[in-house]
Design a protein around this ligand. Structure first.
Ligand code: NAD
Length: 260
């Protein structure tokens, strides 16, 4: 059980981050939510997760592209909960375009949010984890941390970088009770992917359902989306005692994507 532990999940107001936050809450952890969205809805989410799982929650709206806002979030969360035991670096964005047409500000934003933010949270979480000699850092990479797709240059570069950062973090904590690992999902039907489904439906003049099947057929042999709940279960495993010697892995859950 993760009772008495506190997990901070970046980008947990939607999609995979929300699924992982709920799975960790179900295992007993207090949750610090982060991410964008309507404040009334976010506070309702916090209340419902507290009531459903009998844990404490907090919310910080730090923009993960802003190192000083990340530092403020980490300091506040560490003070409020007497340390962050589980850090899930999940916030991420996507932009799809050929390199020569890739907006330079999108490149910078993707590197900042999908890669650099994990450094800014990790560096502030590690001292407390090392002092307690227990901690779990889970980085949401992607199959795009292992293989590439055309038109996703910034995303692929950031996710490959995040897996490299995961390995260095694992080595620097190897002789402690702190572990660091990456999760590499294939297609998960979240708002981030729905945008790509919509673009595909428009480009090919097909329905939403057909566009989903076409996207899956290109890359994901299972023909099924991975779910946030399945990814949440993997995160809970990394946090368990059985996960103690899992260090520096990039674990794909991808319906067979990178087996090809
Ligand atoms: P999503 O769009 O549903 O959720 C993204 C979350 O990040 C939201 O809570 C959003 O508010 C937050 N966020 C975005 N920019 C932020 C910022 N600047 N500061 C703070 N929070 C910010 O996306 P998702 O599909 O759940 O993606 C979550 C993670 O999983 C990302 O890192 C993504 O790259 C990765 N991933 C997703 C898929 C997929 O198929 N959906 C596959 C592999 C990896």
């Amino acid at each position: 059980s993760l009772k008495g532990k506190t997990a901070l999940v970046t980008g947990s107001t939607s999609g995979i981050g929300l699924g992982i936050a709920k799975s960790l809450a179900a295992a007993g952890a207090n949750i610090v939510f982060n991410g964008f969205g309507d404040l009334t809805e976010i506070h309702a989410l916090c209340t419902s997760v507290e009531q459903e799982f009998g844990i404490k929650t907090a919310y910080h709206g730090a923009d993960m592209s802003k190192p000083e806002q990340i530092a403020a979030m980490m300091e506040e969360a560490i003070r409020q909960f007497d340390g962050i035991d589980i850090l899930v670096n999940n916030a991420g964005i996507q932009h799809v375009a050929d390199i020569e047409n890739f907006p330079t500000e999108k490149w910078d934003a993707i590197i900042a949010i999908n890669l650099s933010s994990a450094f800014h949270t990790t560096r502030l979480a590690l001292p407390g984890m090392k002092a307690k000699n227990w901690g779990r850092i889970i980085n949401l990479a992607s199959v795009h941390g292992l293989v590439a797709s055309a038109q996703k240059s910034a995303y692929v570069a950031a996710k490959h970088g995040l897996i490299g950062f995961t390995k260095t973090t694992a080595l620097e904590t190897a002789q402690t009770g702190v572990t660091c690992n990456a999760i590499c999902p294939g297609w998960v039907l979240t708002p981030l992917v729905q945008k790509q489904v919509d673009a595909r439906a428009e480009r090919d003049g097909v329905s939403n359902d057909v566009a989903k099947k076409l996207l899956l057929a290109e890359k994901q042999p299972s023909g099924e989306f991975v779910t946030p709940e399945q990814l949440g279960a993997l995160a809970v495993f990394f946090c368990s005692d059985a996960g103690q010697q899992v260090r520096g892995v990039a674990w794909n859950m991808d319906g067979g994507w990178v087996a090809q």
